[in-house]
Design a protein around this ligand. Structure first.
Ligand SMILES: Nc1nc2c(ncn2[C@@H]2O[C@H](COP(=O)(O)OP(=O)(O)OP(=O)(O)O)[C@@H](O)[C@H]2O)c(=O)[nH]1
Length: 211
């Protein structure tokens, strides 16, 4: 598909964090514009939504992952596949922030050859100010320790900063994607090179990727 702004890009975003912090609620609010009141632990769900980021059409595939331990292998697969990450905790739960450290380390380890991994730190349930147990200052300090990543406070219930977190991570991916494209300018093949490459491919046989 193409538009005046160029072909549509597709990016995968993983929403990660402990159980009950509001990953599904944030995703549903962003994709469907609804707030999910009941708590129904997620196994894994994916959603698609096209958004406009700075005049570019982007198709997001959002992977709402499980917070519970028993589904870690699926989560790891999603982590590998994703280009951007929302690390979500609840401002009412210090342990949910502490638990993100391990997830972040896993991401960094998995993507160790990639500089500037697109990540946003998200403090959800900001409407529950009376139950706040993680100060803004503490969360901000963590975001700085993690390479100055952006920190937002969100409320899936009130639809506060919900679009913003998805757009921010998407903008980070776009920026990275475009700088990679700039570093690898498309080059016309030299005379005969196309044929040589075809012959070489024939010798190697067809390639297949097993996922
Ligand atoms: N007050 C308030 N409640 C929220 C908010 N976001 C989510 N919740 C509630 O918190 C509970 C858990 O939300 P979920 O979105 O299911 O949490 P999750 O992180 O997807 O949980 P897992 O699927 O177990 O990983 C639900 O009862 C939601 O209604 C919010 O911004 N404010």
């Amino acid at each position: 598909m193409s538009s005046r702004a160029g072909p549509q890009r597709e990016y995968n975003i993983a929403v990660l964090g402990s159980g009950g912090v509001g990953k599904s609620a944030l995703t549903a609010q962003f994709v469907q514009g609804i707030f999910i009141e009941r708590y129904d632990p997620t196994i894994e769900d994916t959603y698609r939504k096209t958004i406009d980021v700075d005049g570019r059409q982007v198709m997001l595939e959002i992977m709402d992952t499980a917070g519970t331990e028993q589904f870690t292998s699926i989560r790891e697969m999603y982590m590998r596949y994703a280009q951007g990450f929302l690390l979500v905790f609840s401002i009412t739960s210090p342990s949910s922030l502490a638990e993100l450290a391990e997830l972040r380390e896993q991401i960094v380890h998995m993507k160790q050859h990639e500089p500037n991994i697109p990540i946003v730190l998200v403090g959800n349930k900001a409407d529950l100010e009376d139950d706040r147990r993680v100060t803004r200052a503490r969360a901000f300090q963590v975001s700085q320790q993690w390479g100055n990543i952006p920190y937002y406070e969100t409320s899936a219930r009130r639809r506060l900063n919900v679009n913003e977190v998805f757009v921010d991570v998407c903008r980070q991916i776009l920026r990275k994607d475009m700088s990679v494209r700039k570093d690898q300018p498309s080059r016309r093949p030299k005379r005969g090179e196309g044929r040589r490459r075809r012959d070489r491919d024939k010798e190697r046989g067809s390639r297949c990727v097993i996922l």
